[in-house]
Design a protein around this ligand. Structure first.
Ligand code: AMP
Length: 185
């Protein structure tokens, strides 16, 4: 395979070259089934409800196409919001997004979760980020304080909504969804 065609399996899905380069570096060669099914419609900006077991590559299934659609020329307000039920998942998803976006110039990802001081979160929000990954409670806090604005949101992801439902987070998640201009599933 020529060097100019890294991760051909992903290239066939028409992901941008900087993302293909990052995938090549992390050693992803073949898209998993959920990635094959979700990347094309999400690249087209369509809504999607995906279901797959843990460990099947669902983070990349939504992150790769949604990162590919971001406008890197603007850094605020955020364009992509991912809600997760736990801080551990927020950190993990934010790290995955940062890895996949390594070669997207100027892209910034911010995890926002409870138990962490507001100071550093406010500083990062003020500096500007395109992607926020957070737990519903802390995201609602920032929305109520006016420190997070969703006016420019292009995509909203509810990661593990069954867990959010189980943990009683669903009211906050629905409220965050209602504050966006995203179509409701
Ligand atoms: P997830 O289901 O998103 O938690 O992903 C499970 C693991 O699979 C993570 O360690 C990912 O880095 C890895 N992974 C995701 N997609 C691929 C792929 N296409 N090829 C190889 N590894 C992958």
């Amino acid at each position: 395979m020529p060097d100019s065609l890294p991760s051909a399996g992903f290239a066939a899905l028409e992901l941008p070259v900087p993302i293909l380069r990052a995938l090549d570096q992390v050693g992803y060669e073949t898209p998993t089934p959920i990635q094959l099914q979700s990347i094309p419609p999400l690249l087209q900006g369509r809504d999607l409800l995906g279901q797959a077991q843990t460990g099947t590559g669902k983070t990349a299934a939504f992150a790769l196409p949604l990162l590919a659609r971001l406008d890197l020329a603007v850094s605020a307000p955020p364009q992509l919001l991912v809600l997760t039920p736990t801080r551990e998942l927020a950190i993990q998803v934010a790290e995955a997004c940062a890895t996949y976006a390594r070669y997207l110039p100027g892209l910034r990802v911010l995890p926002l979760y409870g138990g962490k001081d507001y100071g550093s979160q406010l500083q990062a929000l003020r500096r500007g980020v395109q992607v926020v990954v957070g737990t519903p409670g802390r995201i609602m806090d920032h929305l109520r304080r006016g420190t997070l604005r969703l006016a420019a949101l292009q995509a909203l992801v509810l990661d593990e909504p069954d867990e959010m439902l189980r943990m009683g987070f669903i009211d906050d998640a629905v409220m965050v969804g209602g504050m966006t201009r995203m179509p409701q599933l």
